[in-house]
Ligand binder design. Structure first.
Ligand SMILES: Cc1cc2nc3c(=O)[nH]c(=O)nc-3n(C[C@H](O)[C@H](O)[C@H](O)COP(=O)(O)OP(=O)(O)OC[C@H]3O[C@@H](n4cnc5c(N)ncnc54)[C@H](O)[C@@H]3O)c2cc1C
Length: 487
């Protein structure tokens, strides 16, 4: 046995020596204590092992390292802030892969308010970009709960969404230029932010959302917008999800481009948060079957003007009976308190017991019908469970959770009935023309489900692209697509 392992051990020793010489002591470690925090995903569902943790400091170092990995056939797992929800940045248990962290590459190379652009290295943390943009009188129009950890490289690799997609689109819409290291170690430089460019395939879009399987993102040119001068936030009580969809259409017309967020919260989710979150207070008197958190933001209209327009639209909806009640935040602090209720749902629901969580989308106009059909179907198929959807109704994307029956044992339930629950949810979503991953990606969590449910022609094309760009199969193997043996 020892003899059989000897050549592999020898070659990994040689690889580590060469990588250490390339990156220096700050750039490479095999110390388990230093690696430990990065070997388990944010949700704590996956834990892996790694040959070493590499933290290159420049695109040149990434390129040289990737070449070295190709020469030694060492698989690479790229990692940013490790805040991903699908286990995409966690290596497998074999310990053969190199964990490649981009966190040291955290420079904002330039930021121009005039051009409306920021040039960032992959390891820049989203919050840091927000702060830099703000100090230049600008904003980066994408935000999400993990902004204190998520990096630009990770956001690009997962095509992240968040709470402003309704108005500004996902990460795809924010990336004007991209720099990436390919599996060959070559640097693909697409950083020039051309508004019009018809020289064939848009390769940067191919890399966005590829979850580290086609290349390592090292930098990006990102779009900035003028900072808003006006903001108004409202909490609206509604009789049902159909009414929520109708209100969304109404506000899109009344508020135009200013409508930036439209999140829905069913009554019991709000109740869970109120019970779980210290100091949380219900924005409205009485129980509303559904609630909508509405946010309008403008770079040209002040808060008073926006408030007047929103009040008028909500008053008309109240008069017609579309809306049951509404509260407009009187201050920034109150607006933040409304958002804290929305952002607290996942933690509050987690505290109640085991649940299967699904990040799904269907066409926006079909989402209410989907929720009304899927909730009773799931609850009937799995007696004792409680199904509910909440979140980004304006994007046709809800987090569809199915909570375990009372008394279910955490861990065991997810492994058994929970898997059947998820398969049923994914079957339903697919039948409704939707997606089993709206914004969190596939990672290792949904790789079997993608293979089972995605269009076979689309899957075949994805495999051909992977084969063409990564013939040795070394970039994040087993994520997004099943790993295949190298050609
Ligand atoms: C509290 C909380 C709320 C969240 N809310 C949302 C939300 O509303 N919407 C949403 O979309 N996401 C959300 N997320 C998920 C997460 O923040 C995003 O998926 C984010 O894009 C991950 O960035 P990261 O730097 O942490 O990437 P990681 O988790 O480190 O990696 C994610 C994937 O990208 C790959 N990757 C990372 N960096 C690179 C790179 N430089 N080049 C190539 N591949 C790379 C990894 O291999 C992995 O496959 C939330 C997370 C948390 C913790």
């Amino acid at each position: 046995m020892a003899m059989m392992n000897a050549p592999a051990a020898l070659s990994s020793e040689r690889f580590l020596a060469e990588a250490g010489a390339l990156l220096g002591p700050k750039g490479l470690t095999t110390d388990l204590e230093r690696m430990d925090a990065w070997l388990t995903d944010w949700r704590g569902r996956y834990t892996g092992r790694a040959l070493a943790l590499a933290s290159p400091a420049s695109t040149g170092e990434v390129a040289a390292l990737v070449k070295l990995c190709a020469a030694h056939r060492v698989p690479i797992v790229p990692q940013g802030g490790n805040s991903g929800m699908a286990g995409g940045a966690t290596p497998d248990a074999s310990g053969s892969a190199l964990l490649l962290s981009l966190r040291r590459m955290n420079a904002i190379r330039s930021l121009s308010a005039e051009a409306g652009q920021a040039v960032c290295e992959a390891g820049v943390i989203l919050q840091a970009l927000h702060e830099a943009a703000e100090s230049a009188g600008m904003r980066f129009p994408l935000t999400l709960g993990g902004k204190g950890s998520a990096t630009i490289g990770g956001l690009i690799a997962t095509n992240a969404g968040g709470t402003q997609v309704l108005r500004h689109g996902t990460m795809r819409a924010q990336v004007l230029g991209l720099e990436a290291v390919l599996a060959s170690g070559e640097v693909l430089d697409l950083m020039s932010p051309l508004k019009k460019d018809n020289r064939g395939f848009d390769l940067k879009q191919l890399l966005i959302g590829s979850e580290g399987t086609l290349g390592i993102v090292t930098a990006a040119t990102l779009r900035l917008l003028p900072a808003p001068i006006g903001r108004v936030t409202a909490w609206v009580g509604l009789g049902g999800i159909i009414e929520a969809r109708r209100l969304l259409g109404r506000l899109e017309r009344a508020m135009g481009d200013a409508l930036e967020g439209f999140e829905v919260v069913p009554a019991h989710c709000l109740e869970s948060v109120l019970a779980h979150q210290p100091g949380a207070r219900a924005p409205l008197a009485g129980r509303q079957a559904w609630n909508a958190l509405v946010e309008c933001v403008s770079p040209s209209q002040d808060s008073a003007t926006l408030r007047e327009a929103l009040e008028e639209a909500l008053a008309a909806a109240l008069e017609e009976g579309l809306v049951a009640d509404a509260a407009i935040a009187a201050s920034d602090a109150q607006a933040e308190a409304f958002w804290a209720l929305r952002d607290g749902i996942s933690a509050a629901e987690r505290a109640q017991g085991p649940a299967m969580q699904h990040d799904i989308s269907v066409p926006v106009e079909r989402m209410p019908e989907f929720i009304l059909a899927a909730v009773p179907e799931l609850e009937a198929a799995f007696p004792g469970t409680r199904a509910f959807g909440f979140g980004h109704l304006g994007d046709g994307n809800v987090h569809f959770h199915v909570a375990a029956p009372e008394g279910a044992v955490r861990g065991a339930w997810e492994e058994n009935e929970g898997k059947a629950v998820s398969a049923r949810v994914h079957d339903l979503v697919t039948a409704w023309g939707g997606s089993i991953s709206a914004e969190h990606g596939i990672g290792q969590m949904k790789v079997d489900e993608l293979a089972r449910l995605h269009d076979p022609v689309a899957l075949a094309v994805m495999r051909q692209v992977k084969q063409a760009l990564d013939p040795l199969g070394l970039l994040n193997p087993g994520k997004l697509l099943h790993a295949v043996s190298p050609a």
